[in-house]
Each structure stands twice: as structure tokens, then as C-alpha cells.
Design a protein around this ligand. Structure first.
Ligand code: HEM
Length: 223
């Protein structure tokens, strides 16, 4: 009885739309020092005490370029037709990262190859995009949205520490970011209305995996 749609208890955020459910699950996976809604005790060094290195940050940027290239190629390939909705959202990051990496090369830095962590996440995304669209959308949402939230804060901190405050292209969007984000939220909300509750729950459950993979890439900054 409790599983009949009318009687089932609502998931947190459900009344506002599915993206709010995804956001709620993501915020709980932050530590308390990362975000005030965080639900976990700190398990890694807080960003405030990070000692980034150029080599580590370059690895992080190279890995990010790979992941965004893959995400952008996958929505372009559209193995499931609704992925076309996520083409040209304005959130794309691979070109901006290519420019930044070129700049580092001009400064005399040699670029590393993508790391094993980066490559295994890229491969995982390829597979899940084919096999499980709701799970893929979880990764898509978390990867793009994390970068616009905590990612920017981390970028500023790193720039102040090791780049004389230089703001990279990675942290600049064409157009107003809140509008771009809202347009993607609306699309995810609309598309997920077609999903069963099981599809939605599988998508939410994928958040932990998204954090695990992204966390490994994030920690390259201090490697
Ligand atoms: C939002 C910090 C890592 C996914 C946020 C917010 C902060 C934050 C401050 C904004 C909360 C608000 O709206 O008031 C951080 C820090 C991180 C980190 C410091 C690591 C050191 C991650 C990771 C992921 C992630 C690894 C997942 C891959 C998200 C998502 C949001 C968010 C989906 C919601 C964005 C939105 O509603 O627009 N984070 N975060 N974060 N973060 Fe993180």
C-alpha cells in the first residue's frame, strides 16, 4: 500500500521538481566544511588548507578536459534521442579548457597525459550513457553543476595561491550563468517526468558514484 503513488512518502525536494531531489542528495554528500547543507563529517582536508601545485592543477585541468569532451561528445552522439536536448546548453567546458591548457604551454609548462582516474571515469561515462540514461543524467548534472558551485570557489582559491589570481577561461561562461543553469534544470525536470519512480531512484542513487569519481579528479589538485 505504501508504494501506491498517492500514499508513498514524498522524496525530499520532490514537490519542487526532480532537479531539486538530485540537488538534495548531492548536498548531503558534501562535508559540513564544504557547504552548509553538507551532511557528512569532513573526511578530506578542507579546501581552505589545500596546498595546490601547478603540476597537480594541470593534471586536474587535463582530466577535466577529457571528461567534458566525453560528456559533450556523448550528448552529440545521442545514443538516446533525448540527449540532443543537452547539446549546446552554454555550459560546455572543453573549448575553454583547451584555451587554458594552451596558455599554460605558452608559459613553458608541459602538459601531463590524462590520469588513470580520468580515463576510467571517461570509459564509465561512455558505457552508462548507452546503458542507463537516468544514471547518465545524474553524472551529467553533477559534473556540470558542481563546477559552477564549489568548483568556482576552488578555482579562485587555487588562482590566488599559485596563479597570481589569474582567472582561467574554465571559470567564464558566455551569457548569464544562472539563466544557463535554469534552462538545463527545466530540461531535466521536463524529461524526468517521463521516468518511472524506479528510474528516478536509480538516478538519485548514482550520485554517490558521481562524487566518488569526481572526488578523485578533484584531489589531483593537491597531488
Ligand atoms: C553545490 C561546495 C564538491 C556537486 C555546492 C555549493 C557549495 C559546494 C558551496 C553551493 C551550495 C548552495 O547553493 O548554497 C563544494 C566543495 C566541494 C564540492 C567545497 C569539494 C571540495 C562537489 C562534488 C560534486 C558536487 C565532488 C559532485 C560531483 C554539487 C552540486 C551542487 C553543489 C550538484 C548544487 C548546485 C546547484 O544547485 O546549482 N557545492 N562542492 N560538489 N555541489 Fe559541491
Amino acid at each position: 500500500l505504501s508504494e501506491s503513488p498517492e500514499l508513498r512518502p514524498k522524496r525530499p525536494g520532490e514537490r519542487k521538481g526532480f532537479v531539486e531531489e538530485m540537488r538534495f542528495v548531492a548536498m548531503k554528500l558534501h562535508t559540513k566544511d564544504q557547504a552548509k547543507e553538507g551532511g557528512k563529517e569532513a573526511d578530506v582536508q578542507p579546501v581552505g588548507s589545500w596546498k595546490p601545485t601547478i603540476q597537480g592543477y594541470l593534471q586536474f585541468l587535463v582530466d577535466n578536459k577529457l571528461i567534458y569532451e566525453v560528456l559533450e561528445a556523448l550528448v552529440r552522439r545521442a545514443s538516446h534521442s533525448f540527449y540532443t536536448e543537452f547539446q549546446d546548453t552554454g555550459l560546455e567546458r572543453s573549448e575553454a579548457l583547451a584555451k587554458d591548457l594552451e596558455w599554460f604551454q605558452e608559459q613553458g609548462h608541459e602538459l601531463p597525459e590524462p590520469s588513470l582516474d580520468g580515463k576510467s571515469y571517461a570509459e564509465f561515462l561512455e558505457t552508462i550513457a548507452e546503458e542507463d540514461p537516468p544514471a547518465f543524467i545524474c553524472h551529467f548534472y553533477n559534473y556540470y553543476f558542481a563546477h559552477t558551485a564549489g568548483g568556482r570557489f576552488i578555482g579562485k582559491k587555487v588562482a590566488d595561491e599559485i596563479l597570481d589570481g589569474r582567472e582561467l577561461e574554465f571559470y567564464k561562461w558566455k551569457g548569464e550563468l544562472p539563466k544557463l543553469l535554469n534552462a538545463v534544470r527545466d530540461k531535466i525536470n521536463r524529461i524526468s517526468e517521463e521516468w518511472s519512480r524506479e528510474d528516478k531512484d536509480r538516478c538519485l542513487k548514482e550520485t554517490a558514484k558521481s562524487f566518488k569519481y569526481s572526488g578523485k579528479i578533484l584531489r589531483k589538485i593537491i597531488s
